[in-house]
Design a protein around this ligand. Structure first.
Ligand SMILES: Cc1cc2nc3c(=O)[nH]c(=O)nc-3n(C[C@H](O)[C@H](O)[C@H](O)COP(=O)(O)OP(=O)(O)OC[C@H]3O[C@@H](n4cnc5c(N)ncnc54)[C@H](O)[C@@H]3O)c2cc1C
Length: 292
């Protein structure tokens, strides 16, 4: 690994000042669960590594009515998994996604921002955040901007973040009442495997049984985690029954663009996507009915 110059800024201001100076030749280090192996095998050889491990003020989960849910960049996956804030505001899908990611030891150090910035098509937190309509706050020496997650993911391993920017916060509008969500991760061998398929569904269902809002997002079946917008349109404004769910599962499979890789063929992914989309929609519908 290396050689590189190593910095440990003590504030966001200091971190973005370093990124302003060295951004093009630097990598940000958060929990290091993705980055360190890339440094070790020399896939990446930055001249500067800027650790944000000491920015403990970016480790928070806050929710208030108007601003919604805000999660600091340094919040670990384990903190999200065990957070008590998320269930009462119909965001338990985040705990569910976090609990399916990697091993406990990885979840204890891996951060939410790191999972997004790494931009793996199979990143487990991405589909759940996409259905929740999350945005990311990016801070640089010249100011800040906010991007929706749809805008943030650009391609496999690639995001819209600029070399001089730091992701500081993930912002999530609180879902309306009677909203339920489910994330299903499909792995074939278990353990710490990455998702072969990830499906997140978030549905709002009124007392009349009609689905007033539907969001579906898919992981590992396109170059980036993506919303399945045709599937969402199909579900919205209708009662969720078996016939509709079957159609929705087929639509999601049709709008995915999986590839063949060592973990599975595109054809197999398309077939299994139908199964897991069906299950995710059914689970989300059940949760919506019992949600406050
Ligand atoms: C054994 C193993 C199993 C794994 N299993 C899974 C799995 O099942 N599912 C899954 O989704 N992932 C998995 N991962 C990947 C990884 O653990 C997660 O992506 C994790 O959330 C990354 O967070 P981190 O803090 O460790 O990021 P780091 O490794 O520190 O950083 C990752 C990338 O994000 C950038 N970055 C980090 N924070 C910021 C920031 N605030 N602003 C700008 N850029 C930033 C870094 O420069 C780097 O490019 C696994 C990894 C390992 C080693």
């Amino acid at each position: 690994m290396g050689p590189f110059e190593y910095f440990e800024p003590l504030s966001v201001k200091e971190a973005v000042s370093l990124l302003n100076k060295y951004g093009n030749k630097a990598k940000v280090l958060a929990g290091g669960t993705d980055l360190v192996s890339l440094l070790k095998d020399k896939t990446l050889s930055p001249e500067y590594v800027i650790s944000i491990g000491k920015l403990t003020d970016l480790d928070y989960i806050k929710s208030d009515g108007k601003k919604g849910l805000r999660i600091g960049a340094m919040t670990t996956i384990r903190s999200i998994e065990t957070s008590k804030h998320l269930k009462p505001i119909n965001c338990v899908i985040l705990c569910q996604a976090a609990s399916q990611m990697a091993s406990m030891s990885i979840r204890n150090v891996g951060t939410l921002a790191g999972n997004l910035c790494n931009a793996s098509p199979s990143a487990d937190m991405a589909p759940a955040l996409l259905v929740l309509g999350a945005s990311v706050k990016l801070v640089s020496a010249s100011g800040e901007r906010t991007l929706t997650l749809d805008e943030f993911f650009v391609g496999p391993g690639s995001t819209a973040i600029k070399p001089n920017e730091l992701l500081t916060e993930i912002q999530i509008p609180v879902p309306p009442p009677h909203t339920g969500g489910s994330y299903i991760k499909y792995v074939t061998r278990g353990g710490e495997e990455l998702a072969l398929i990830g499906v997140a569904a978030l549905l709002t269902i009124g007392a009349d049984g009609v689905c007033s809002a539907a969001r579906i997002a898919l992981g590992a079946v396109a170059p980036t985690p993506v919303r399945a917008t045709k599937t969402e349109k199909l579900l919205t404004g209708k009662k969720i029954d078996d016939t509709l769910v079957k159609k929705a599962a087929q639509t999601a499979s049709d709008e995915a663009s999986p590839i063949d890789d060592i973990r599975g063929s595109a054809e197999y992914r398309r077939e299994m996507l139908k199964v897991f989309t069906r299950d995710a929609i059914k689970q989300a519908a059940e949760m919506a009915k019992s949600a406050a």
